[in-house]
Design a protein around this ligand. Structure first.
Ligand code: CU
Length: 141
């Protein structure tokens, strides 16, 4: 019978140079920052909706991994038509929700689907996918 050797460790710690440890931590922090920027940051200065007949403001948003543009600037008190063109097969973006307007829009793949909203007062009206991962906003000025 082999005696149990308690002094031999099950694993061995391999010391790494300090520079490598610092590099790993720095890369980790950079990835966290990139993730926060991607999900929570503001991208670009926003796109101004085109104003057409009877003051209807219109903008086409491409849905492909995100909303492009994701920030739409409109005039408050005038109707807005958002045209969503979905090219992303992910089920994540199959629905877009406008909490402030209590409206939900289904976006069939490969099609353009419109919704008309009236931002009655100035402010930011966010919209997002069914799981609140992909986000955009309507900024009424
Ligand atoms: Cu989603």
């Amino acid at each position: 019978m082999t005696p149990l050797v308690l002094s031999a460790p099950l694993w061995r710690t391999i010391p790494q140079p300090l520079a490598l440890q610092v590099l790993v931590v720095a890369v980790g922090l950079a990835l966290i920052a990139a993730e926060l920027w991607w999900f929570l940051g503001r991208h670009g200065g926003g796109v101004v909706a085109r104003e057409g007949e009877q003051g209807l403001q219109e903008v086409t948003i491409t849905v492909d991994g995100g909303y492009s543009p994701s920030r739409i600037r409109v005039k408050a008190g005038q109707p807005v038509r958002l045209r969503f063109h979905r090219t992303d097969p992910s089920g994540c973006v199959a629905q877009v929700i406008f909490p402030d307007f209590q409206r939900t829009l289904d976006l069939p793949l490969g099609a353009t689907t419109s919704i008309e909203l009236l931002p009655s007062r100035t402010g930011t009206y966010p919209f997002h996918c069914g799981m609140n991962m992909v986000r955009g906003s309507l900024e009424a000025e």
